[in-house]
Design a protein around this ligand. Sequence first.
Ligand SMILES: *Cc1c(COP(=O)(O)O)cnc(C)c1O
Length: 222
Amino acid sequence: MSQIADNIQSVRQELPENVTLVAVSKFKPAEDIMEAYRAGQRIFGENRPQELKWKAESLPKDIQWHLIGHLQKNKIKMAVPYAALIHSVDTADLLMEIEKYCAREERTADVLIEIHIASEESKHGFTREEVLELLPRLELHHVRIRGVMGMASFTGDETLIRSEFALLNSVYEEVSRMDLPFLSDFGIRSFGMTNDYRIAVEMGSNMVRIGTKIFGPRDTRL
Ligand SMILES: *Cc1c(COP(=O)(O)O)cnc(C)c1O
């Protein structure tokens, strides 16, 4: 068995039945993705719209592509038609632009709301207060908010990681209680990466995004 197939299998064995595995293939060539595909993996995560688009166009059609990286408004038309789920909606402006695009194209988009949970400034996302204030004011007819996404600080401090995931869980719970039409399929908690997915699963994540542990280190100079 190939190394990638091996890695996929060992990750899968660790995940409870209800946890969806997104294999993060950013910066990785088509051959690597096909190895994972042959091992049965069908959901892949990319962080750049352009890369997602060419991979979606050239790889098997039964792959579900997830956009997990920051999305700029001018790239919406490159991402929405190819992404089954966009994890990284991080501003009201972006949300409204996706709504407008989908209305024009007569389609719908499934998205997650990215919550800023890390103590690091560099990460994107809404604060808890912003989300609670924003959602009740929204009118969305072409965008379905399916859940929340977050990235913990990159640290070995497990206590800190746990407190950040706990914040994400509490925002999730609060939004779950809102009765809004675009939240009718709300249920995804996307958190956990190579370094913290075990903690994430323990804390109730039902979608983990794992790259390095499956495909090995990335050469981001490509
Ligand atoms: C790259 C990336 C991942 C995967 O990270 P690994 O540490 O390689 O598992 C997960 N989520 C997001 C948003 C990413 O950008």
